[in-house]
Design a protein around this ligand. Structure first.
Ligand SMILES: Cc1cc2nc3c(=O)[nH]c(=O)nc-3n(C[C@H](O)[C@H](O)[C@H](O)COP(=O)(O)OP(=O)(O)OC[C@H]3O[C@@H](n4cnc5c(N)ncnc54)[C@H](O)[C@@H]3O)c2cc1C
Length: 548
């Protein structure tokens, strides 16, 4: 009889690589335990730019990275078509054609050739080929750009909801038999005679703790990997880099716009879901990944860069600044943005931990291929019969259909804008979600107009998407991420979750407090002047009314 705490594979970390590998291994018939110390996508997978792109920047130095990302982007579009959306980009030419110097003309020509070469990879991900636009065409398409540009080249990319991508991989892993625990940290590696044999874990919410044993253990803890390694006398070399993004309260442009920051580094402003995102900084970071906050300097750097091409950017409201850590491979002597985006699976057998592997580097866009490569290696190590990889063929939960929002809206009597957001987030599962609203019409209440969150969605994710904390809803349905920062919508959502998860009044208050504090950490760096005064006042009213 199988022991209850024995598995073929234990995966540490519920980011995209951990969840992706857990799914792949479970689909091959292995028994899997996935441990995530907070919620899925609490690390860089939830703080990325959310682009399933081909990495045009890496084409010269890391052509393999570009090809892998483009190929995998194509597969991700196939398995999660509801969650992926097109983001066409403009790469503008800075001065008018008649005023351009010879050097500038040569640079334009080189850009066209470069982007033209990228076109060779576009079919892999279903991207459209690039186009050279005249100045008149650029302004007709994108009136928000500053005057005086000489034209642009277009570049076709895809966006995705990173947190939901992680969740769907974890749900799929579970559906294929994996055991999945969130808010559960792996605290120690267990070793015997040069072998890694298991881990000790602790549940942060209940205090429960235990041990899990496996023939192969994957450390997919991202920026936390060196720390877990050090605590267990293992070396996980990495060059961690902090990246900050800003969210703006509306879509400011029709296209993504590639611009230059004050130091000449490339950055962008792009429409993403219902907001605009400015990103990103890229600076070495040797601090604590649990204590990551944007600074007002980083906010100013990003706004200045975006403003150089889109002057209206300061008229929009910056709703939050969020940060993540890139887990790039260790290299000495290169600047951060020149570091390779290659990935590596480290085998720790030479350090006396055979069966323990750490994953470093890589991209969200190629997570599926990375997970396949890891799963291949784990299967080889385990010497177990396993089925071939099918993660590029079988849709993720909800990915078997992209429902028509109009049909959903009229069939279930909900606003079309809300139906559109629900169809985007849940794909074919929207039908089960909206059936809840049919059964109890009170659940047709719109909890957040900006993100199109229905009371039924809060109930659905609480029941079916491994929600353990109110904060998890930031990553399930973007609760409290819009302009109000949760002050308008979080209380109602908290009551619905409390009802589903049987929280008492104290727990509900604590969860609400924690969510609003987490949001405040992301909002505080972007506020000043009257905006800051107004928000402080609102927070005080909220705390007073809610006894938080
Ligand atoms: C600013 C920024 C922008 C980016 N933009 C893009 C982009 O647009 N496109 C793209 O392709 N890539 C992008 N990337 C890269 C991409 O985000 C990462 O390659 C990818 O998300 C890494 O996923 P991961 O699963 O390895 O790590 P993470 O997502 O960091 O996951 C690690 C998880 O491990 C958990 N954990 C930590 N310690 C423990 C423990 N002891 N026990 C259990 N769990 C633990 C953490 O809570 C975390 O959830 C970006 C990265 C950054 C930082």
């Amino acid at each position: 009889m199988e022991e209850p705490n024995r598995y073929d594979v234990v995966v540490l970390g519920g980011g995209v690589n951990g969840a992706g590998t857990a799914r792949d291994c479970a689909m091959r018939g292995l028994s899997v335990l996935l441990l995530e110390k907070r919620d899925f996508a609490s690390g860089s997978s939830g703080a990325s730019s959310g682009m399933i792109h081909g990495g045009i920047r890496y084409m010269l130095s890391d052509r393999k990275v570009t090809e892998l990302a483009c190929r995998d982007a194509g597969y991700i579009r196939r398995i999660a078509p509801h969650l992926v959306f097109r983001i066409p980009f403009l790469l503008p030419f800075a001065s008018r054609a008649e005023e351009a110097t010879l050097a500038e003309r040569a640079a334009w020509y080189a850009t066209e050739v470069y982007v033209g070469t990228y076109d060779l990879y576009q079919p892999l991900k279903g991207g459209k080929p690039s186009t050279r636009l005249s100045a008149a065409e650029v302004y007709a398409l994108e009136p928000s750009l500053r005057p005086g540009l000489g034209g642009a080249v277009t570049l076709d990319e895809w966006g995705i909801d990173g947190p939901r991508l992680c969740l769907l991989n974890a749900l799929s892993a579970e559906a294929h038999g994996a055991e999945v625990r969130t808010w559960t940290e792996a605290t120690d590696l267990l070793r015997e005679n040069g072998q890694a044999v298991g881990v000790r874990w602790r549940d942060a919410l209940t205090g429960e703790h235990g041990e899990a044993f496996a023939g192969a253990i994957l450390n997919a803890t991202g920026a936390w990997s060196p720390r877990f390694g050090r605590a267990n006398h293992l070396d996980v070399p990495m060059r961690p880099g902090k990246g900050v993004h800003l969210s703006l309260d509306r879509r400011l442009s029709n296209y993504g716009v590639i611009c230059k920051a004050v130091d000449g580094r490339q950055m962008f402003l792009m429409p993403h879901e219902d907001e605009s995102i400015i990103g990103t900084t890229d600076d070495d970071f040797y601090g604590d990944p649990d204590d990551l906050e944007a600074t007002s300097d980083e906010v100013a750097y990003l706004l200045e860069g975006a403003e150089s091409l889109v002057p209206g950017v300061r008229r929009a409201r910056v709703t939050r600044a969020w940060s993540g850590v890139r887990t790039t491979l260790y290299e000495y002597g290169r600047t951060e943005d020149a570091l390779s985006r290659e990935h590596q699976l480290l085998d720790h057998s030479a350090e006396g931990a055979s069966g323990f592997f750490s994953f470093v580097g890589g991209k969200l866009a190629s997570y599926r291929a990375q997970s396949e490569e890891i799963a291949d290696r784990l299967v080889e190590h385990l010497r177990l019969p396993a089925r071939p990889c099918r993660t590029h063929e079988e849709p993720l939960p909800g990915g078997d259909e992209v429902p028509d929002p109009r049909e959903l809206a009229s069939r279930h009597g909900v606003p079309e804008g809300v139906a559109r957001r629900i169809a985007y987030r849940h794909g074919s599962r929207s039908r089960d979600l909206l059936a809840l609203a049919d059964e109890d019409p009170r659940l047709k209440l719109v909890v957040c107009r900006d993100e199109g969150i229905l009371a039924a969605e809060v109930v659905f994710v609480s029941r079916h998407e491994k929600v353990r904390r109110l904060d998890d809803l930031r990553r399930r349905c973007r609760l409290a991420l819009a302009g109000c920062g949760g002050l308008d919508c979080a209380r109602l959502a908290a009551q619905l979750v409390a009802h589903e998860l049987e929280w008492d009044a104290d727990r509900l208050r604590a969860e609400l407090h924690e969510l609003l504090e987490q949001n405040w950490r992301e909002r505080r760096p972007v506020l000043d002047g009257w905006q800051l005064v107004e928000e402080e006042l609102l927070r005080a009213v909220h705390r007073g009314l809610g006894g938080l």
